[in-house]
Each structure stands twice: as C-alpha cells, then as structure tokens.
Design a binder for this molecule. Structure first.
Ligand code: HEC
Length: 181
C-alpha cells in the first residue's frame, strides 16, 4: 500500500494529486512540490516562512493607513479632552490609541521591520501608561505619557513615509520596502 504513496513519479505525472490529501487540497502550493512526495503527509499546512507566526492574517497596507487615521484622531481627541478636563472621553481615546498601536506593531512584526516595531512599541507603551495614569486619576502624568507616544510619529514617518497628504498621498516610501497588499 505504501508503494503507492512513494510513487513520486506517479504523483508528478498526475499533477497535484498526492496520496492522502483528499480533504485539504493543496491550493496554496501548486508549483513544484514533488520532492516531499516520499513522506506520508505529516503536517499539511504550517511552517510556510519559518514557522514563527501562527495563523494570524497579514494586516494589509490599507488597514495600516486606516489605523493611522484612527491614531491621528485619537491622539488629537485625547489631547483636547485632557485640556478640557474631560478624563472620561480622554480615556476612551487613549484606549483606542493603545489598541491601534498594538495593531501597527503587529503589522511591522509581520513584515519583519524591527526598527518600526520598536517605535510602535514605544508608542503603545506611552498610550498604556497614559491609560493607567488616567485610571489612577493623574491627568498630568497621562499627558506626559502621551508625549512619549507623540514623539514616535515623526521618527517613523521620516523613516518610512512619503507624500504630504495634499498634492501627493501618504504612502510607504521605497526605502521601507513595504508594498501592498
Ligand atoms: C512605526 C511607524 C509609525 C509610527 C510610530 C506612526 N506612523 Fe503614521 N504612518 C506611518 C507610515 C509608514 C505612513 C504612510 C503609509 C500610510 O499612510 O499608511 C503613515 C501615515 C500616517 C498618516 C496618513 C494616513 C493616510 O494614509 O492618509 C497619519 C495621519 C499618521 N500616519 C499619523 C500618525 C500619528 C499621529 C502618529 C503618532 C501618534 C503616527 N502616525 C505614528 C508610520 C508610522
């Protein structure tokens, strides 16, 4: 019976029809897989690029852009609310800010950009510190922590962003090496 399984030639001739892969057809790997034919299909998926990241879907460039807009709104909102003494609203904005930067962090982790990951982490921890301060009723401390987050914007934009949002749209610059989707 196993003879059939190791019949690589047969598998090659018949295209992607391997033995034992009736249920999950290998749509993702149509080209050139004959070399593995000798094994009795131990793990169908997994281990595509080194195996570190599990199954999380890649965050797209479009989502990155949308998240940046959310970030800009939340930090502006937070600053305004803090100035006006509205800590409840500030808390909501800062919470969104922290969540958004966590997403940005994941984006750059997925694209293997450690320098940007670091900046996103700094931004997120600033927002988290601000959140903690707000919950403790310390608005001044929250403002200072937000400053940490705010300090990352220009740094990362200088590194990876191009465009001015007016005559040319904001986008990843060539040096970033980041391309859609
Ligand atoms: C780790 C990198 C990084 C950090 C930190 C960062 N940004 Fe960005 N941001 C980018 C890149 C790259 C772009 C251009 C690509 C895009 O628009 O998605 C961008 C674009 C933007 C845009 C334009 C979005 C659009 O597509 O119209 C805004 C607004 C923005 N960022 C605001 C901020 C603010 C405010 C902060 C700080 C609180 C910040 N960003 C921090 C990388 C970063």
């Amino acid at each position: 019976m196993r003879i059939l399984c190791s019949a690589v030639i047969l598998a090659v001739v018949m295209g992607t029809v391997g033995c034992g892969s009736k249920s999950d057809t290998a749509q993702t790997t149509p080209p050139a897989q004959p070399a593995q034919g000798g094994q009795a299909a131990p793990a169908p998926a997994a281990g595509r690029q080194g195996g570190a990241a599990p199954a999380a879907a890649q965050i797209t460039v479009a989502e990155h852009s949308a998240t940046m807009k959310t970030i800009a709104q939340s930090i502006q909102g937070a600053n305004k609310s803090l100035k006006g003494g509205d800590t409840a609203t500030a808390t909501t904005s800062v919470d969104t800010l922290a969540t958004s930067f966590a997403r940005i962090e994941t984006f750059y982790t997925q694209r293997k950009k450690p320098d940007a990951v670091k900046l996103a982490q700094t931004a997120r921890s600033g927002a988290q510190d601000a959140l903690a301060a707000l919950k403790a009723g310390d608005a001044m401390k929250a403002q200072t922590a937000l400053g940490t987050t705010q300090g990352t914007c220009a740094q990362c934009h200088k590194m990876y962003r191009e465009g001015d949002g007016k005559t040319t749209p904001y986008a990843f610059n060539a040096a970033s090496g980041i391309t859609p989707p």
